[in-house]
Write a protein that binds this ligand. Structure first.
Ligand SMILES: NC(=O)C1=CN([C@@H]2O[C@H](COP(=O)(O)OP(=O)(O)OC[C@H]3O[C@@H](n4cnc5c(N)ncnc54)[C@H](OP(=O)(O)O)[C@@H]3O)[C@@H](O)[C@H]2O)C=CC1
Ligand SMILES: N[C@@H](CC=O)C(=O)O
Length: 413
């Protein structure tokens, strides 16, 4: 009788479970340093950082320089390193590093939502082929364990929606504006100085970052992957004093809200937009760099997860949770994708928005279904109207060039 050799999938998994983790770390910026500190303050963790790969060898660093390299191969080809932790700010480089590590059978922990939102399908496949695991709880909502929660709970038949504040920088900026009267530019600079913002803050303020996070949540919540190009997002970069005044007069705040909702006939939608938020909503009191996620189900109604969504220590602690999870051989099973009929994504959904504009030429790009209120002023005008997400999606690339601000009224959801 032929003896079957042990498949490498088992070998890789057994090697890590209960074995001291020897880490190769990519990136020593806000989150990399945060992890270094958190790991150093966690004596029970059975993990050691052996090598740190950075980009710029001339930067001053407050660590043992013997740990440093600029050559990725020093980590990828080191047989002693059994866990790669990827915390860099380039999505393209991160993709190559993560893919190479997984193909070599090394498990990976990453926080790179831009990279994940674009390559998750392929990276799931590679995990299944090589047996190496990829964990990334830090990639969505910083310290809040929302991905693992969605992965392990909520049969997708019961899960109705996930809504929330998924970006710490924009929430920080909006808090500073609404609560402290800071200007947009000053608040953005603070978010950058505090390490909350992405290297390119357009990702934060124009809603890309929240969309990437939402795409990851859709995979673990509903079992369906949506490419970022297919979904509508807009952000707060065009917010001005008129919008702030409008919200205040209505007794509301403006928050950047990510929405994932189950619809009828096996469909769901997802999008990211600013929204006028009422004082009786959970997310109304989510301030500064905190994030808040409201999970709604058929039988339990609402659950609310709240915690710091950005910053070196909170994110470093989420990365450490993934490192420890790998020590215990935890991996995402992608249960919703594997065991349930996946839902189909659609953007054929009508939303009601507050729309502020200056020039009628800008207004002409927007195909409103119905307009229920309209105000025309000398400096700016606004209207309340309904519009299809697909119509907004068509002008997605034009939006940053227009002097308009859009916010969901919250009435159509
Ligand atoms: N900041 C936050 O609050 C959060 C960030 N994240 C994600 O974590 C990741 C890191 O973010 P953050 O720490 O803020 O970014 P930083 O800009 O602070 O740091 C980036 C680090 O990556 C290094 N780097 C860039 N390219 C390479 C490369 N090709 N090889 C090796 N190292 C490289 C840089 O090296 P050098 O030091 O030499 O310049 C730097 O150390 C990003 O994906 C981000 O989206 C996730 C959750 C929260
Ligand atoms: N730039 C991001 C960092 C964490 O993901 C944010 O502000 O939320």
């Amino acid at each position: 009788m032929e003896t079957l050799s042990q498949p490498s999938i088992t070998k890789n998994r057994k090697q890590e479970n209960g074995t001291r983790q020897i880490i190769g770390l990519f990136g020593f910026g806000t989150v990399g340093k945060g992890l270094y500190h958190v790991l150093g303050s966690s004596p029970t963790t059975k993990a050691t950082i052996k090598t740190i790969c950075i980009k710029n060898p001339d930067k001053e660093r407050d660590i043992n320089t013997n740990l440093l390299t600029t050559n990725a191969e020093d980590i990828l080809n080191d047989p002693e390193i059994n866990l790669v932790v990827e915390l860099i700010d380039s999505a393209t480089d991160a993709y190559h590093i993560v893919k190479a590590a997984l193909l070599k059978g090394k498990s990976v922990v990453s926080g790179n939502k831009t990279m994940l939102a674009h390559h998750l399908e392929e990276l799931i496949q590679i995990q299944q082929t090589t047996g190496a695991a990829l964990l990334y709880d830090a990639s969505a909502c910083g310290s809040i364990p929302v991905i693992r929660n969605l992965e392990e709970y909520y049969d997708n038949d019961l899960l109705l929606s996930i809504q929330g504040i998924l970006n710490g920088s924009t929430n920080y900026i909006l808090s500073r504006i609404f609560q402290h009267g800071d200007s947009y530019d000053v608040a953005l600079k603070q978010a950058q100085d505090l390490g909350f913002a992405e290297s390119n803050p357009t990702f934060d303020v124009d809603g890309f970052d929240a969309l990437y996070k939402l795409i990851i949540l859709a995979v673990h919540g509903f079992g369906t992957y949506v490419h970022p190009k297919e979904a509508f997002h807009c952000g707060i970069s065009k917010l001005n004093d008129h919008d702030i005044q409008y919200a205040r007069e209505k007794g509301k705040k403006i928050k950047l809200v990510a929405n994932l909702s189950k619809l009828d006939n096996g469909r769901f939608t997802l999008y990211v937009m600013p929204r006028l938020v009422n004082p009786d909503e959970y997310i109304y009191n989510v301030e500064e760099e905190y994030n808040g996620v409201v999970i709604e189900g058929a039988f339990y109604e609402k659950q609310f997860m709240f915690g710091k969504g950005a910053g070196g220590f909170p994110t470093g602690s989420a990365v450490l949770s993934d490192i420890t999870a790998r020590y215990h051989d935890y991996r995402y099973e992608y249960k919703k994708q594997r065991y349930f009929e996946p839902l189909t994504y659609t953007n054929k959904v009508i939303v009601e928005v507050y729309f502020r504009y200056t020039s009628p030429a800008d207004l002409s790009h927007f195909e409103f279904e119905q307009i229920s209120e309209k105000f025309s002023g000398k400096e700016s005008s606004w209207l309340i109207g309904t519009i299809k997400l697909s119509a907004l999606q068509k002008i997605q690339d034009l939006l940053p060039k227009l002097d308009v601000f859009l916010a969901l009224t919250g009435r159509s959801e």
